[in-house]
Design a protein around this ligand. Structure first.
Ligand SMILES: [Zn+2]
Ligand SMILES: [Zn+2]
Length: 390
């Protein structure tokens, strides 16, 4: 009976539990579904190539050489912003380690008391106060953490993402705290590029038609028709999207919050993150500090694997591997799971009203004791301090 323990060093990205793909040894991170992202890339590169091939030589000669130069600069900027959005960590929150998950479970069970069999346990929510507004932190059953404010679990990437905006298949990634501004710059520059190409396509056709007639022009530059069609249909959606995100930025609101109606409708709850000033909101979203990734994707970790020469009892082998396994799903959840975890907020009834009501027994416990890894965010911690002083 002998077991040989082999320890090897692996990069942490190799063991990350979400549904992501990694390239360049963890430097590049994307969602697993990338088909639509390739379509985006193909449409942009394809349309611009046609423009450079068919219209630019004529426009540079007859109008100004600055037209192709500006088009190239704009094109490079669009591609840079697209890749920056697609290849980066959007703000994924690390899952709780097995020991942390067990600790949180124990805390929740202690707070809830004994729930009679067959009865649904109370929802796992903690309240924090942000700018005199009660904000609910929901428990994520997959990541085993109480999510920081504004975070949400992306079902496609299977990660909790900080300041989650939405999952964008066009860029093949989640849009969150760390890549939102690049996403916005991408939509903005793509709108400009589409308008630019569309406008100069028309100018080109008109100028050339004066010399050679409309039909001859279309025969000589067959790419123009395709470009005009692609630009025309792209224009509405991309310009509309840019307008929508400009509106959201001016209110310091996310798409997720807008869809859920977190700060509007019957709730009548004011957005606690808004500065009530468009300029300040824009500055915070677009010019605020950049946040480091908390995943440490390229960090090294040791992975133990035991090779036994003789058969080992299943219980002992499983305990060996589980002790070294960094993925937290192995932790057994003793509390029953609630399936509607990611469905729209069922606790919508006025937060303000619930704040006025006497708190439920669960909420009497230290309300915002956030687990160690649940919040790398300082804003949660500041809000906790506020809540305690409240
Ligand atoms: Zn989660
Ligand atoms: Zn996602």
């Amino acid at each position: 009976m002998s077991a040989v323990m082999i320890t090897r060093k692996v990069r942490k990205w190799e063991k990350l539990p979400g549904k992501n793909t990694f390239c360049c040894d963890g430097r590049v991170m994307m969602a697993r579904q990338k088909g639509v992202f390739y379509l985006t890339l193909f449409l942009i590169v394809g349309t611009c190539s046609l423009f450079f091939a068919f219209e630019c030589p004529y426009l540079a000669l007859h109008l100004s050489p600055a037209i192709p130069v500006f088009a190239v600069l704009l094109f490079l900027f669009v591609i840079a912003m697209l890749l920056r959005t697609s290849f980066s960590d959007p703000g994924v929150l690390p899952r709780a380690l097995p020991e942390e998950a067990t600790f949180i479970e124990m805390e929740i069970e202690a707070a809830n008391g004994n729930v009679p069999a067959g009865q649904r346990p109370p929802p796992r929510i903690r309240n924090v106060q942000i700018n005199n507004q009660i904000v609910k932190l929901k428990y994520c059953y997959t990541c085993k953490i109480f999510r920081p404010p504004r975070a949400s679990h992306c079902s496609i990437c299977d990660n909790c993402v900080d300041r989650f905006d939405h999952h964008c298949p066009w860029v093949g990634n989640c849009v969150g705290k760390r890549n939102y501004r690049y996403f916005y710059l991408f939509t903005m520059s793509l709108s400009l590029l589409t308008i630019y190409i569309f406008t100069f396509d028309i100018v080109h056709v008109v100028m050339r038609s004066v010399d050679k007639g409309f039909l001859n022009t279309l025969k000589e530059t067959p790419g123009t028709v395709l470009e005009v069609l692609v630009c025309f249909f792209t224009l509405w959606s991309v310009v509309g999207l840019t307008g929508f995100h400009t509106y959201l930025i001016s209110l310091n609101q996310t798409t997720n919050e807008d869809i859920k109606g977190s700060w509007s409708g019957k709730n009548r709850v004011q957005n606690p993150y808004s500065h009530k000033n468009i300029i300040k909101n824009c500055c915070e979203v677009l010019c605020g500090p950049t946040y480091p990734s908390v995943l440490d994707r390229r960090g090294l970790m040791e992975e133990d694997s035991s090779i036994s020469a003789t058969p080992v009892a299943p219980s002992s082998s499983s305990s060996t591997t589980s002790s070294s396994n960094p993925v937290p799903q192995t932790t057994k959840t003793t509390a029953p799971l609630i399936p509607n975890e990611h469905t729209p907020d069922d606790a919508k009834p006025s937060i303000a009203a619930s704040a006025e009501k006497s708190p439920s027994p669960k909420e009497e416990h230290p309300p915002a004791k956030v687990p160690p890894l649940a919040s790398p965010e300082t804003d949660v911690e500041t809000s906790i301090t506020k809540d305690k002083t409240h």
